[in-house]
Design a protein around this ligand. Structure first.
Ligand code: ATP
Ligand code: MG
Length: 573
């Protein structure tokens, strides 16, 4: 009986124990499940009981705790430690705030407490987002979960910096989807496109040019080159553009980003640069031509000096040849006179044989011809030497250099004649020279310089005559001025060239024939004399150059001269 009772009791105990074991097993299972859930969480989790004691941590917390050696880190405590006591004794700048938050949630003053902080006690200065929620399983207990948000913080800081950069650049930056709907347009872009980019609500519109590039971008992935964009005021602006396609995981284009730089200024500068370059090339060519011409005129100048030197050297021998010829002529006359006396004595005294012998000798020597020809030869030689002397003198006078001190009262007709003498060779077969000299007083001038003016004008006139023509030289006096007019019936000057003929180096003649300096030098010389030059010309009919000069340099005519007032020479077609 007792054994029966005892076994009944054991059976009942056993049946009472079985559900407990099952419940324990289920609890264990749940605990394992909870642990594996907690371990798989990326957040660091702490579970506190209502006294603040850590009753549970997950592996993320433990991992972090082991990595952080600093005693100030909030990650130091672990299972069994009292987290509230730990916070109370901490110098961590956020410890007090967290403590208050935990207490608020524990005392149910708040349903949840969260904040973000940067843990300066860590070398990495990592950022955390911390959340405290009540643990419903134990009154007053809380769950603290903490997420490392350093990466997203860094990303957002980087993003902000990039946005600041994009907003402040003068280039246009846009990001759109493949249909051209803008998701971002920087400040420069918003200003550029204005209403074309924003609808009245201030939202971005579609930019057709972005979507139009899609086929090309699908093929190439990116594109760069010159294009043009229409500004909000309708102006087409040339741009340098870079477009990039951004693809999703499947490799389809999800976005297009573009950067465009306004290159209108660059284009303008390039055009300007090209123009300047062309101008420089032209100038360079002009300079090269000028250099050629200068060399030419230098050669002419040195030829002038050479001529003066030669003239000087010839002057002496010509002098004594001239005087010797004069003496020779004189001596010959005397010799002929003597021979004449002998002949008359011979006629009276000699016998016939003697006379016949002398007569035969006279005939053999052709004495009569000899005597006549000798005189003629000497006269011719004397005339030739006199002409050479005149040319040498003219040449000397012409090429003599003069200074301010060489002002003189000179006969312009003498100057014109000596110049004509020098250019005679040039004119001889080209033009008949018709002189119509008036009554001129002596003119205060530097005659060699004026001779140069006359010479250039005479040679110009001769060059203008194609075959044979006439050059008229007329002089006149008008009040306090004299006028030297040199007219030709040559080719004349075209009206469009008339204003340029006094420019230095302006010439229509081939190199070697003209330097283009003649008239500009002439203008300078006449200006120095306080005179002026005027020109009349008819193409195909001829030209007239008039040189007006004041008779006296201190006269009112000189004072009123346009040259004194800085005026250019006058020309008329
Ligand atoms: N009488 C004229 N008839 C037609 N054209 C003339 C006459 N005089 C000057 N010209 C024109 O004016 C240009 C300039 O004359 P200028 O005397 O200054 O230079 P050039 O005669 O060409 O050269 P340079 O005198 O230096 O040897 C000439 O090339 C010519 O085209
Ligand atoms: Mg000339």
């Amino acid at each position: 009986m007792n054994e029966q009772v005892a076994s009944d009791i054991d059976r009942r105990r056993l049946s009472a124990l079985l559900p407990m074991a099952e419940a324990e097993g289920a609890l264990l299972h749940q605990q394992q499940l909870l642990h594996s859930i907690l371990s798989s969480l990326p957040e660091q989790v702490l579970v506190l009981d209502n006294c603040g004691r850590i009753v549970l941590t997950n592996s993320a917390w433990e991992r972090y705790r082991q990595e952080q050696a600093s005693p100030d880190s909030l990650h130091t405590p672990t299972h069994g430690d009292n987290f509230i006591d730990f916070l109370v004794g901490r110098h961590h700048p956020f410890a007090g705030r967290l403590l208050l938050g935990i207490c608020d949630v524990m005392d149910l003053r708040k349903l949840q407490f969260s904040f973000e902080y940067r843990d300066d006690s860590l070398d990495s200065h990592d950022w955390f987002s911390l959340k405290v929620t009540p643990w419903l399983g134990a009154a007053g207990g809380v769950v603290i979960s903490q997420t490392d948000i350093s990466r997203s913080k860094r990303l957002s800081a980087e993003h902000e910096r990039l946005i600041a950069l994009a907003e402040n650049t003068s280039d246009l930056i846009a990001i759109s989807d493949i249909d051209g709907r803008i998701s971002y347009l920087n400040q420069a872009g918003r200003t550029f496109f204005g209403r074309a980019a924003m609808d009245p609500r201030g939202e971005f519109q579609t930019l057709a040019w972005l979507s139009a590039m899609q086929p090309l971008l699908t093929e190439q992935g990116q594109w760069s080159g010159e294009s043009s964009l229409t500004r909000q005021d309708g102006v087409e602006v040339p741009v340098l553009m870079v477009l990039l396609a951004h693809c999703d995981r499947q490799g389809n284009i999800s976005h297009i980003s573009g950067i465009a730089r306004d290159i209108s200024e660059l284009r303008r500068s390039a055009v300007e640069l090209e123009n300047r370059n062309a101008a420089l090339v032209a100038l360079n060519q002009q300079l090269a031509e000028m250099q050629d011409q200068l060399l030419q005129s230098e050669k002419l100048a040195s030829l002038g000096q050479l001529a003066a030197g030669v003239a000087h050297e010839i002057n002496n021998p010509i002098g004594y040849v001239n005087s010797n010829l004069a003496s020779l002529s004189n001596y010959l006359q005397r010799l002929f006179r003597l021979i004449g006396s002998y002949e008359s004595v011979l006629d009276k005294l000699a016998d016939d044989d003697c006379k016949a012998a002398v007569q035969a000798e006279r005939e053999a020597l052709d004495y009569a011809f000899l005597r006549d020809d000798l005189t003629a030869l000497l006269d011719e030689s004397l005339e030739g030497v006199t002409r050479v002397k005149k040319i040498v003198e003219d040449l000397k006078g012409f090429s003599r250099t003069c200074s301010e001190a060489d002002w003189e009262e000179a006969d312009l007709h003498a100057g014109l004649d000596s110049t004509l003498n020098i250019v005679q060779n040039e004119l001889r077969y080209k033009a008949e020279v018709v002189k119509a000299y008036g009554q001129l007083p002596k003119v205060e001038c530097m005659l060699p310089h004026l001779n140069q003016v006359f010479m250039n004008m005479l040679i110009n006139a001769s060059h203008a005559i194609e075959d044979v023509g006439t050059i008229w030289i007329r002089t006149d006096i008008l009040g306090e001025e004299v006028c030297v007019e040199i007219r030709d019936n040559g080719s004349g000057i075209a009206p469009q060239h008339l204003s340029r003929i006094f420019d230095p180096f302006y010439t229509t003649k081939p190199i070697g024939k003209g330097t283009g300096l003649g008239l500009s030098l002439s203008y300078g010389i006449v200006k120095k004399h306080h005179g002026r030059i005027d020109v009349e010309s008819q193409p195909g009919q001829g030209s007239t150059f008039r040189i007006w000069l004041p008779i006296r340099q201190n006269s009112p005519a000189a004072a009123q001269s346009p040259a004194r007032q800085g005026e250019a020479p006058t020309s008329a077609a």
